[in-house]
Design a binder for this molecule. Structure first.
Ligand code: NDP
Length: 500
């Protein structure tokens, strides 16, 4: 398969040439001022994919000023909403037109199955642009009438320059989830993608260039988070808002850094999702979904069902079925169409997940997995981990409390509904849970008692992009999605008219 073939002669693709991935500032691909680069490694093979421009605070300075100039010039911000929506649809179409190249880039950067990138990540990225074009077109403003002579209008305005900081697990999917609403509301953007997954952000910059989005409206500054371009973005006084998806601990650091310049913030943070199977559940469906929820994307999904609670009366029936399904997950070469689990993102992350597995061996009972796959030889340099299942862990164990973000599933038995509710809520996180029971009244009770931003009853991962998305407790601040994201990326101005 040919990779990274630029589909437009107008593009000056640094990706297609296999050269260093550059920064995209003011409508051009540029080298970082300090001239430093870092290596982008394919985690499935250990091969060097490309060098990446290492942006620093001086590059953020350039990008923010380019963004500010474009904002003040109004070449994008002052376009009619209808025209901006039309451009978003065009961007979505262009992503779909490049689906194969984008999917391959995502898989090479992340180690995730190509089928997942092709059918999940990239179509969803396109959908984010299409969806926010529709959502913004429907957005209304308000008029409060005092009497025939006095009316108060509340109108939305863009914020100006906004900073978007994104993680590596769903790189283009999550970046576009922020870019599309920020863009359609008229802001200018500086994006800092995760250092491990820089390629699709660069390809997206090419798409913006081809689509003739005015220079400075969309900028990409690669680099490191801590003490790098990420941190510089969070401190820059001209950046009016930060939308961040990543670890809870990073969110806390960003909040402190953003405080001095009183930035608006939106945080989508870590999770420790639960799947809860009651004895009256549709067991085959519940089990199949619980396994998917735990191991999709190698367990590297914030919404993963990373704890499985099973009512004790059906544990003996559920457990062998779970193990049978886990054993049948094809793990291996991400490029093979039948693969369902690929490589973890990096050596560092693999070490972290293995530390949890070692702890699990000491504190509980390993039922499946736990080892790195190194055969056939082609897998030896990747970070392929078998889907791993534990039982007999205390709910207070680190494996049940902390976000592992890998293919590790503790199974915990419970007796009563009250106990299940307590167990689900008993972590610092509050992002998501999936409850399985055919008793609608029970589902309703749990929907009221579980402290999480997203609850699924007899399903998992179903999304309607109009709904507010985000976490409670340590899982986030604010909501994105639908009008909530459009509100975040704009602010109200109230104008009162007194007629003569
Ligand atoms: P990190 O928090 O490590 O990094 C996320 C981004 O923040 C990266 O671009 C990173 O740069 C950057 N960053 C790191 N430190 C700083 C800093 N001090 N200032 C500014 N930017 C910084 O998260 P991961 O990339 O490891 O992603 C996994 C996490 O994301 C998990 O906790 C997961 O739950 C969460 N997540 C949450 C979702 C949600 O919707 N709630 C969805 C998806 C993931 P660099 O890459 O250089 O470190």
């Amino acid at each position: 398969m040919t990779l990274f073939v630029s589909q437009s002669s107008a593009s000056v693709s640094p990706v297609s040439t296999g050269e260093t991935l550059k920064l995209y500032i003011d409508g051009a691909f540029v080298d970082p001022l300090a001239g430093e680069t870092f290596a982008n490694i394919n985690p499935a093979t250990g091969a060097l994919l490309n060098q990446v421009a290492r942006g620093e605070s001086a590059d953020i300075e350039l990008a923010v000023h380019a963004a500010k100039r474009s904002f003040e010039a109004g070449s994008w911000a002052k376009l009619p909403m209808k025209a901006r929506c039309q451009k978003l649809r065009d961007l979505g179409d262009r992503i779909l037109a490049r689906r194969d190249a984008l999917a391959m880039a995502e898989t090479l950067d992340t180690g995730k199955p190509l089928s997942e990138s092709l059918n999940g990540d990239i179509p969803r990225a396109a959908q984010n642009f299409h969806f926010f074009a529709e959502a913004a077109a429907q957005l209304s403003e308000e008029c409060f009438t005092v009497d025939r002579m006095e009316r108060h209008f509340s109108v939305r305005e863009p914020l100006g320059v906004v900073g978007l900081i994104t993680p590596w697990n769903l790189p283009l999917y999550l970046a576009s989830w922020k870019i599309a609403p920020a863009l359609v509301m008229g802001n200018s953007i500086v994006l800092k993608p995760a250092e491990w997954t820089p390629t699709t952000a660069t390809l997206l910059a090419e798409i913006f260039q081809e689509a003739e989005i005015p220079p400075g409206v969309f900028n990409v500054v690669h680099g490191f988070g801590t003490a790098g371009s990420g941190e510089a973005l969070t401190r820059h006084p001209e950046v009016k808002a930060i939308s961040f998806t990543g670890e809870t601990v990073t969110g806390k650091t960003i909040m402190k850094a953003a405080a001095d310049s009183l930035k608006k913030i939106s945080f989508e943070l870590g999770g420790k999702g639960a799947t809860v199977i009651f004895e009256d559940a549709d067991l085959p469906n519940a089990i199949e979904t619980a396994v998917k929820a735990a191991f999709r994307n190698q367990g590297q999904i914030c919404l993963a069902g990373s704890r499985l609670f099973v009512q004790r009366s059906v544990l003996a029936e559920v457990l062998p079925q779970v193990l049978k399904q886990v054993a049948s997950i094809p793990v291996g070469d991400p490029l093979q169409p039948e693969t369902r689990m690929g490589s973890l993102i990096s050596a560092e992350h693999y070490e972290k997940v293995m530390r949890y597995i070692e702890l699990g061996r000491q504190e509980g009972q390993l039922l499946a997995g736990g080892t790195r796959l190194t055969q056939p030889d082609a897998l030896a340099k990747g970070y392929f981990l078998e889907p791993t299942v534990f039982i007999n862990l205390s709910p207070q164990s680190a494996l049940c409390q902390e976000e592992i973000f890998g293919p590790v599933l503790p199974i915990i038995a419970f007796d009563t509904e009250e106990e299940a509710i307590h167990l689900v809520n008993d972590t610092p996180y509050g992002l998501s849970a999936s409850v399985w029971s055919q008793d609608v009244n029970r589902c309703h009770r749990l929907s009221q008692e579980i402290r999480a931003g997203i609850l699924w009853m007899n399903c998992w991962f179903a999304r309607d992009l109009r709904t507010p998305f985000g976490g409670m407790k340590a899982s986030g601040m604010g909501r994105e999605g639908g009008r909530y994201a459009l509100e975040f990326f704009s602010e109200f101005k109230t104008v009162c008219y007194r007629y003569q």
